[in-house]
Structure formats: C-alpha cells, structure tokens
Design a protein around this ligand. Sequence first.
Ligand SMILES: NC(=O)c1ccc[n+]([C@@H]2O[C@H](COP(=O)([O-])OP(=O)(O)OC[C@H]3O[C@@H](n4cnc5c(N)ncnc54)[C@H](OP(=O)(O)O)[C@@H]3O)[C@@H](O)[C@H]2O)c1
Length: 91
Amino acid sequence: MEPVTVIGLGLMGKALAEAFREAGHPTTAWNRTAGKAVYQVASVSEAVSASQLVIACLTTYEATMSALAPADLSGRTLITLNTGDPAGQCH
Ligand SMILES: NC(=O)c1ccc[n+]([C@@H]2O[C@H](COP(=O)([O-])OP(=O)(O)OC[C@H]3O[C@@H](n4cnc5c(N)ncnc54)[C@H](OP(=O)(O)O)[C@@H]3O)[C@@H](O)[C@H]2O)c1
C-alpha cells in the first residue's frame, strides 16, 4: 500500500488520516498543535519526507503554504484541500 502523509488533523484531516489507516496505507501525520493522533510526527519536514503523496487539509491556502514552508516538497505530490478560490491559489 502507498504511504500517505496528512498535514492537518482538524475534523476533516483526522477523518481522512483515519480512513487511509483503515484502508491499510502507512499513514504519517503532522498538526500544528500536538496530540491530535498517536501517529503524528514532531515536524512538518519529517511528515513530508515520509510519503510521496502529501495531502494538506488546513483552513486556507495561506495557512497551508505557511505550515509547509519548512518542508522540502520536491518530488512530492501535494494535494491541498483548503478553502479558497482559484485566483487566490494560482501562485
Ligand atoms: N468539516 C467539514 O465538514 C468540512 C466540509 C467541507 C470543507 N471543509 C474545509 O476543509 C478544511 C478543513 O476543515 P476542518 O473542518 O478540518 O477544519 P478544523 O477542524 O478547523 O481544522 C483546521 C486545521 O487547520 C490547522 N491550521 C489552521 N491554521 C493553521 C496555520 N496557520 N498553520 C498550521 N495549521 C493551521 C489547524 O491546526 P490546529 O489544530 O493547530 O489549530 C487544524 O489542523 C477547511 O478549509 C474547511 O473549510 C470542511
């Protein structure tokens, strides 16, 4: 099974991460606030490096880019599920 990283363990992110785990994907997660899940790692860089597929489920595009800034996304597939509009996300 493909490893998956989930960034953000709010209502949506935690549900996504649990669904991936229940489906058998090795799942790594990171959340700004610690303690949302036992499989949460300490840094966003560690979380991103764990999987080729990274799914971010934060509030806004700006929050997503800010949270991911320390991580090296090269070679990763990033899917963002934040709220926004096309104009605000074409950077
Ligand atoms: N819940 C729903 O039914 C639903 C339905 C459709 C769409 N959505 C959309 O899905 C997205 C996530 O929704 P949600 O319900 O999971 O939201 P939520 O429960 O409020 O969780 C928000 C998440 O974003 C993180 N976050 C916010 N600002 C951040 C920042 N500056 N840096 C790092 N992390 C930050 C929070 O981290 P902390 O824990 O550290 O605060 C938390 O993990 C939103 O865009 C929402 O509009 C949600």
